[in-house]
Design a protein around this ligand. Structure first.
Ligand code: SAH
Ligand code: SF4
Ligand code: F3S
Length: 437
């Protein structure tokens, strides 16, 4: 009988793509995808530990699968990814949930095949391997089973050396490693041959890509020059490394989307310094002015945190003010969450009511801005990559503008096509329109 896998993915795009690698490995082990967790013979938790809320939710969800073991005693449960990589966590996971069979760290995912075979043959009922190699070799030959529609994720680098004082990522993902530019280019060429229409380059800080003498601008330019009709996106950028050259390449290459994700985190210089972000509010605003001047229709998105230790009302007012000044098309907003082992976790923490009040105020402000900016699209005709059929409406499709806005529209077209859409109305963040050729 066919063996079935089910993958629960948490966290960022890096993890979403890693789950495609997990699926690739499991398919090579003879598994195929289960429609539900309940019918699976192997359940994988690809975990995140960026905030406490993420971790608590995952712990709860792992506990929930114990019930399936009763009906299916040979069910294999695997926990991989950032949460397992934290110091002491493999023991913590095994202690809380003895039924977990496999625990792997972030750098040794390719061992999943061996782990599964081991557990299946009952050689070892559990397989725990979380090495602390800070600079593991990049493994190029992992099979990938893509599930991202018209878009394909492509790693250009791994790890992070920035050590922002609140962030766990450098501890669980190790030091920065960049992929060979030839391997990246070859992968992208074959993805385009397979029919993918959008390539999203992934890295914790894509601007610090470095392979031999090649920098991020070089790779961007090289990819943009590959023949064919397709789009290039990338994430995330770091304001301390983002530069004029990148802006110029985006402007001069029509297939690099006018869409930049530039996490600001705070609008207060005092907080930015405590966060170890290594740029000032003025420097950030200068980058925004340069983007606006050179690429007027660029969609700029960001990440912002409220409630970092010692954040005063004045610091928070600076954040609100920056948000108003920039006019982000969208912002991912988070309540600061202390992460064990990071510098900020040792500082005096703010009461949770303060953090919550501030996040609500920030979210309300950003929603208003997003809604207002949506109105600017009405009456315009935008090029949209058709990503999918609308989940509910007949003869409706959805896709994204070059600037990254979601558009729902009526008309007849095919998924993967680039079409013109006339925007007729908007609902806060999403746009609505009609096929226009
Ligand atoms: N490498 C990317 C993203 C890292 S994680 C970057 O530097 O932009 C994504 C976002 O999670 C961060 O931008 C930050 O806003 C948020 N984040 C990270 N650590 C956090 C913490 N301890 N509490 C709350 N939010 C956090
Ligand atoms: Fe975390 Fe900062 Fe690295 Fe982003 S740049 S992953 S926020 S340490
Ligand atoms: Fe989470 Fe790891 Fe991404 S901690 S945000 S899954 S790099």
């Amino acid at each position: 009988m066919n063996k079935l896998y089910y993958i629960n993915t948490y966290g960022c795009q890096m993890n979403v793509h890693e789950s495609e690698k997990i699926a690739g490995i499991l398919r090579e082990c003879g598994y195929s995808e289960a429609a539900t967790e309940e019918e699976a013979d192997l359940i994988v938790f690809n975990t995140c530990c960026i905030r406490d809320t993420a971790e608590k939710k995952i712990f709860g969800n792992i506990g929930d699968v114990k019930k399936y073991k009763k009906n299916n005693p040979s069910l294999i449960v695997a926990v991989v990814g950032c949460m397992s990589q934290q110091s002491g966590y493999s023991e913590k996971i095994k202690k809380s949930y003895p039924f977990v069979n496999i625990v792997l760290g972030t750098s040794n995912l390719p061992e999943l095949a061996e782990a599964v075979k081991n557990v299946e043959s009952k050689l070892n009922k559990s397989f725990i391997s979380v090495p602390c190699n800070e600079r593991p070799q990049i493994k190029e030959d992992i099979p990938v089973y893509r599930t991202s529609g018209t878009n394909a994720w492509v790693n250009i680098m791994y790890g992070c050396d920035n050590f922002c004082s609140y962030c766990i990522v450098p501890y669980v993902r190790g030091r920065e490693r960049s992929r060979d530019i030839e391997n990246i280019t070859d992968e992208i060429k074959s993805l385009l041959d397979e029919g993918y229409k959008e390539i999203t380059l992934l890295g914790q800080n894509v601007d610090s890509y470095r392979f031999e003498n090649f920098r991020f601008v070089d790779i961007l330019e090289r990819i943009a020059r590959i023949e064919g009709k397709f789009r290039v996106r990338f994430m995330s950028s770091h304001p301390k490394d983002f530069n004029s050259e990148v802006i110029d390449v985006i402007r001069s290459c029509p297939n690099i989307c006018n869409n930049i994700h530039l996490p600001v985190q705070s609008g207060s210089d005092r907080i930015l310094s405590l966060m170890n972000r290594r740029y000032t509010r003025a420097q950030y605003l200068d980058i925004i002015s340069e983007i606006r001047e050179k690429i007027p229709d660029c969609g700029i998105t960001t990440d912002i945190m409220t409630g970092f230790p010692t954040e005063t009302e004045e610091d928070f007012a600076d954040t609100l003010d920056l948000v108003k000044k920039v006019g982000f098309s969208n912002a991912f907003t988070f309540v600061y969450s202390p992460r064990k082992g990071t510098v900020a976790a040792e500082m005096e923490q703010l009461p949770s009511e303060v953090k919550k009040r501030r996040i609500t105020e920030l979210v309300n402000l950003q929603n208003e801005i997003t809604k207002r900016l949506s109105l600017d699209y009405i009456g315009k005709t935008e090029e949209v990559l058709v990503e999918d059929r609308h989940p509910k409406l007949k003869n409706h499709y959805c896709g994204r503008t070059d600037s990254g806005r979601l558009v729902n529209f009526s008309g007849e077209c095919a998924i993967g096509e680039f079409v013109k859409v006339k925007v007729t109305s908007s609902k806060s963040a999403s746009l609505w329109g009609e096929y226009d050729g």
